[in-house]
Design a protein around this ligand. Sequence first.
Ligand SMILES: *[C@@H]1O[C@H](CO)[C@@H](O)[C@H](O)[C@H]1NC(C)=O
Ligand SMILES: *[C@@H]1O[C@H](CO)[C@@H](O)[C@H](O)[C@H]1NC(C)=O
Ligand SMILES: *[C@@H]1O[C@H](CO)[C@@H](O)[C@H](O)[C@H]1NC(C)=O
Ligand SMILES: *[C@@H]1O[C@H](CO)[C@@H](O)[C@H](O)[C@H]1NC(C)=O
Ligand SMILES: *[C@@H]1O[C@H](CO)[C@@H](O)[C@H](O)[C@H]1NC(C)=O
Ligand SMILES: *[C@@H]1O[C@H](CO)[C@@H](O)[C@H](O)[C@H]1NC(C)=O
Ligand SMILES: *[C@@H]1O[C@H](CO)[C@@H](O)[C@H](O)[C@H]1NC(C)=O
Ligand SMILES: *[C@@H]1O[C@H](CO)[C@@H](O)[C@H](O)[C@H]1NC(C)=O
Ligand SMILES: *[C@@H]1O[C@H](CO)[C@@H](O)[C@H](O)[C@H]1NC(C)=O
Ligand SMILES: *[C@@H]1O[C@H](CO)[C@@H](O)[C@H](O)[C@H]1NC(C)=O
Length: 446
Amino acid sequence: MINPYESITLMEYRKYFKYFCIFTSTTVLLYVILTKYYTNTLPLLLSYTKEYLNSNNISITNESKIEKIPPIKEFQSSLSDYHPRLPIHIFTQNLSLIGNTSKLILLGNGFFGDQTWEGSFRPNKTSTEKMTSLYCPFLSNRCDITSDYKRFRQADAVIYHMRDGVDINRGKALRLPHQRFVFALWESPAHTANLQAYKEFFNWTMSYRHQSHVVTSYYSGNAYVHTSSNYYRLMLHENATRKLNLTTKIRDHRPSDEILQKKKLGTAAALISNCGGSSRRLQFVKELQRHIDVKVYGRCGEACPGNMNCREFISQNYYFILSFENSICTDYTTEKFFAALEYPIVPVVFGRSNYSSFIPPSGYIDTRQFSTMISLAKYLNETRSNKEKYLSYFSWKKDYVWGLGAFFTPFCDLCLRLHLDSKINIIDDIHKWWFDNTCESPILPS
Ligand SMILES: *[C@@H]1O[C@H](CO)[C@@H](O)[C@H](O)[C@H]1NC(C)=O
Ligand SMILES: *[C@@H]1O[C@H](CO)[C@@H](O)[C@H](O)[C@H]1NC(C)=O
Ligand SMILES: *[C@@H]1O[C@H](CO)[C@@H](O)[C@H](O)[C@H]1NC(C)=O
Ligand SMILES: *[C@@H]1O[C@H](CO)[C@@H](O)[C@H](O)[C@H]1NC(C)=O
Ligand SMILES: *[C@@H]1O[C@H](CO)[C@@H](O)[C@H](O)[C@H]1NC(C)=O
Ligand SMILES: *[C@@H]1O[C@H](CO)[C@@H](O)[C@H](O)[C@H]1NC(C)=O
Ligand SMILES: *[C@@H]1O[C@H](CO)[C@@H](O)[C@H](O)[C@H]1NC(C)=O
Ligand SMILES: *[C@@H]1O[C@H](CO)[C@@H](O)[C@H](O)[C@H]1NC(C)=O
Ligand SMILES: *[C@@H]1O[C@H](CO)[C@@H](O)[C@H](O)[C@H]1NC(C)=O
Ligand SMILES: *[C@@H]1O[C@H](CO)[C@@H](O)[C@H](O)[C@H]1NC(C)=O
């Protein structure tokens, strides 16, 4: 016979055990969400499957031990597996986690005076179809991009381009708690106005800085994609099933003797049209010219002949192109670098970027690795005359294709993040984030 006293305590115990389980699972779940513990434990990749997530399926078999954490419908900020080693979301997220709703992106204040960013999206011009012109056809009915301010209250994100005027009070008056105000900028801090009026205004950042919520690296203007990457396979799949007629381009990974023999005008050249600039790049060039031949083209030097693309002209006639930025700021790397990669010429870089996050280190020469101008000049001179060594700078290109990108592909990433990241985020001090310790005055090699 069961002792009634015992049976009551057993029932009580069961009741409390139930509460204990609920409490434990909630605590564990909160811990997982709040600590981002899952970022390292759950590598999520692109997948073509259309399954949707059974949310929060955590089974506790042993009081305090988690048996299994299933995929969580949460956003993962991780680096792509191939170069560029950047947190580009369309390269890293599990697309099958996206629900089948659509998010509305409002272009809040134009782009250099162009209210609808007409000139920026290709090839479609109407605002509702902007999304379809991007290199993420798999997201084309998952987001809509508009510049119709009357739809403000429907918007999930409002983009403010910081080189255009922002009506802060109007934004504050109209905003809804779930909306993301997005700080968008392609310029360096050296060319940005004071941002102190934007305390607790923005939720996300969209810039070339790698720590942005959406990375808009100039990479996307000349995007290269590894042919083993999931994104490339996905795009081929999309091309076939949606009849997109995509064209990709292969770049020379071993320039021919014919190409090399044409390089007769000299060792190095630069294309510079802003002759000032805090990077003092013209001083650098002048110093280097004392040891080796360097030609300057553009407004700060000679005009390129005829109406030929200047970068193409330099690539045909020189061995190295000095891809020097106008300011030396964290991650600030522009088309001066990325466009050069499409040509048979070796970029020489000078900036505050980890260039090996963009391409393998075998593909460029970083002036920061030389302590004197003479050693840099000597290295360039030697590499020029050593054919195999010179050619080795191109070999990384054999695994990549070009042509699957556009300057505004970051909107694909914004769309994806709107779907997958539900976390509240408030940027307290955007001025500090943007300006503090982000740019430097260069110290030129002696
Ligand atoms: C992506 O998510 C789906 C649905 O949860 C899951 O079945 C699949 O295994 C995930 N893919 C990867 C590569 O993690
Ligand atoms: C939870 O996961 C188990 C196996 O991992 C599965 O059998 C069960 O159906 C899932 N429950 C729900 C509600 O999805
Ligand atoms: C419960 O977990 C403990 C410690 O992790 C382990 O020693 C024990 O064998 C587990 N019991 C069961 C029933 O799984
Ligand atoms: C997706 O949308 C269709 C209608 O377009 C709807 O019937 C279906 O239930 C939706 N599925 C999910 C998972 O939301
Ligand atoms: C926009 O582009 C899509 C696909 O590229 C095409 O189907 C559609 O007709 C275009 N719309 C306009 C207005 O050009
Ligand atoms: C791709 O080419 C085919 C055949 O020329 C054409 O029918 C189709 O409309 C094209 N698709 C797009 C998206 O342009
Ligand atoms: C895309 O598909 C078309 C045929 O529909 C094909 O001609 C083209 O080569 C494909 N593009 C790529 C990059 O494979
Ligand atoms: C630069 O980027 C590469 C590739 O992502 C990484 O392996 C390396 O640790 C980075 N270097 C620094 C100094 O951050
Ligand atoms: C460059 O190399 C050539 C021949 O290889 C040599 O004559 C010249 O002195 C070198 N110049 C420098 C700056 O090292
Ligand atoms: C966005 O920022 C505003 C203002 O700081 C804040 O009230 C709101 O909760 C944030 N929303 C999200 C979704 O992060």
